[in-house]
Write a protein of this length. Structure first.
Length: 547
């Protein structure tokens, strides 16, 4: 590309100030140092992308995937299920949900798949999967469709661990720092597990750096965030060069920040920009001014190139017109808009040219509202337009966005002439923790182990791991097999799948070799070898069989 010749060098430097002040980059020079004209020699061939959907606040995933009623009675000595229910997995679930199942404004009753409504305050029947062994919240029929088509799987009882834990060893063995803390548990998910929440890099960034081998020079960074700053995408290359994510907005026209779409309405940002411009306007320019100008020049060229490529998707008569229509059909929620941008970037990166072309990418999107201490249930039916409120509404938005994203990839599969596109993208959810099974009166509180989803070319549509018996304050000492799981008095389940194992499985799918997995996930082998609590883990392996 030709240089942008219509602006003076000082204006480029001022542009750097604008980008920094607007929050477009977390630090200007490290971000721009990532760009290169081509992937490093020895990088993996073909294309693969990983998409992380972060559900901020702590998603009550026990309100997403619930036990069905397989008519297997599980008597528990000294305990009785709620009146009118048998001691089946679903019966114990109803009993443990307590206030969230009572006939009041907080009702969270999910009727078993195929069952009838025993009370007017219960939600409609759950959507059956796996022959009614499990059910889905009635607000997410899109997930049922994805599951039935073989594109979705669930991971049961996942969470941060330092080593396998039982309740009996909870105080004597190592455990994650600051359990139930939003910030610390978010960090552990983004780091990829381990004993410290203060590590500055995330496993997505470390993985991308490992795969590329060396830092690019003027092309697109392998890690892209549509949701602002995230530790998950920060990493380094083997030569210790910092890898920082390329940040974009969800705009359909100018998602990559340039001088023309800098938002000067940000008061604090404008003040920082003013101060930095004052430094740039001193009588004696810094010796590095020309070098910084060259870097900014390349950055602006890349951003303009990305914006042009994305705009070209919507040009009438383009072979991607049908794909663009499918992208725009993704619901217009916050998470929907972000996944639209991911779909566009996959298209222009997978089939693009030059600096925009890529063969490995990691995307990050996020949506909030999941800290449902109150107002978790707001009505027991959707409104006249089919829109749910409360936690059901949050689940509905994610389900619709994921289904729309999958549909768009299917269309890209068709119009590109390359039938493997839909199997080159893996999407997964995470959230700092799940929530307590029983109610605090109007909602639920912070817990630990959770259900997560993986969407894409999964081995099979099923529930992987051990879905725990939904029984409050359960310990192994009370009898019963280990697969029933353990929890504290409000249903804070001790995880039986470690974050490290989930992340390592996804990293291996992206192309990380088995020998390199412990470099990215130093604590991984703790869950794959002999351990006093080994039997509590659903899998005693580095990776999981969903891929």
């Amino acid at each position: 590309m030709s240089r942008i010749h219509f602006q003076k060098r000082r204006n480029f430097l001022r542009g750097a100030a604008a980008l920094t002040a607007s929050g477009a980059v977390s630090s200007f020079v490290p971000q721009l140092s990532l760009m290169g004209t081509a992937l490093a020699q020895g990088a993996p061939t073909g294309y693969k992308a990983l998409v992380c959907i972060y559900l901020s606040g702590g998603n009550d995933s026990w309100n997403l995937l619930i036990p069905g009623d397989d008519s297997t009675n599980i008597p528990v000595e000294g305990r009785s299920p709620r009146a009118g229910f048998n001691p089946t997995p679903y019966g114990w679930y109803v009993t443990s949900r307590g206030g969230l199942h009572e006939g009041n404004a907080s009702a969270l009753g999910l009727i078993k798949p195929g069952g009838s409504d025993p009370g007017t305050q219960f939600l409609p029947p759950a959507l059956g999967i796996l022959g009614n062994q499990y059910g889905l919240n009635p607000a997410v029929p899109e997930l049922q469709t994805l599951f039935n088509s073989g594109r979705l799987a669930f991971l049961a009882n996942v969470g941060p661990l330092v080593e396998p834990l039982r309740r009996s060893t909870f105080n004597s063995f190592r455990r994650p720092p600051q359990l139930y803390s939003h910030n610390d548990q978010t960090s552990l998910w983004q780091i990829g597990g381990g004993a410290s929440a203060t590590v500055s890099q995330g496993w997505g960034g470390r993985m991308a750096g490992s795969l590329l081998g060396t830092a690019p020079g003027s092309g697109l960074a392998p890690c892209i965030s549509i949701a602002g700053q995230t530790r998950f995408l920060v990493g380094e290359y083997p030569d210790d060069t910092v890898l920082s994510p390329f940040r974009m907005s969800s705009s359909s026209t100018t998602p990559a920040t340039t001088l023309n779409n800098y938002n000067s309405g940000d008061t604090a940002g404008s003040k920082r920009r003013e101060i930095l411009q004052g430094l740039l306007d001193i009588a004696y320019p810094q010796a590095m001014s020309n070098a910084y100008g060259d870097v900014l020049d390349r950055s602006m060229q890349l951003s303009i190139g990305i914006n042009n490529e994305i705009a070209a998707l919507s040009v009438a008569g383009s072979i991607y017109a049908a794909f663009n229509t499918a992208v725009n059909a993704i619901p217009n929620s916050s998470i929907g808009q972000q996944l639209r941008q991911v779909a566009r970037m996959i298209a222009v990166s997978r089939f693009g040219q030059g600096a925009i072309q890529a063969n490995r990418q990691v995307f990050y999107v996020s949506t909030g509202g999941y800290d449902t201490h109150s107002g978790q249930i707001n009505g027991t039916r959707p409104n006249g337009s089919g829109v749910w409120a409360g936690h059901q509404g949050l689940l509905q938005q994610v389900a619709q966005a994921m289904k729309g994203f999958n549909d768009a990839l299917n269309v890209l599969n068709q119009v590109s002439g390359y039938t493997g596109v839909k199997d080159e993208v893996m999407t997964f959810t995470n959230s700092e923790f799940s929530r307590t099974i029983n109610s605090n009166g109007a909602g639920t509180d912070h817990a630990w182990g959770a259900v997560q989803m993986v969407m894409g070319p999964v081995t099979a549509a099923q529930v992987y791991g051990r879905y725990p018996l939904q029984l409050l304050n359960r310990s192994f000492g009370a009898g019963g097999p280990d697969q029933w799981g353990e929890c504290f008095n409000r249903g804070e389940f001790l995880p039986s799948i470690a974050v490290d194992q989930v992340a390592a499985t996804l990293a291996r799918w992206m192309g990380v070799g088995d020998a390199d997995l412990p470099i990215i996930f130093p604590n991984l082998d703790t869950f794959a070898g002999a351990h006093a609590n080994q039997s509590v883990m659903a899998y005693n392996t580095r990776t999981l069989p969903f891929l």
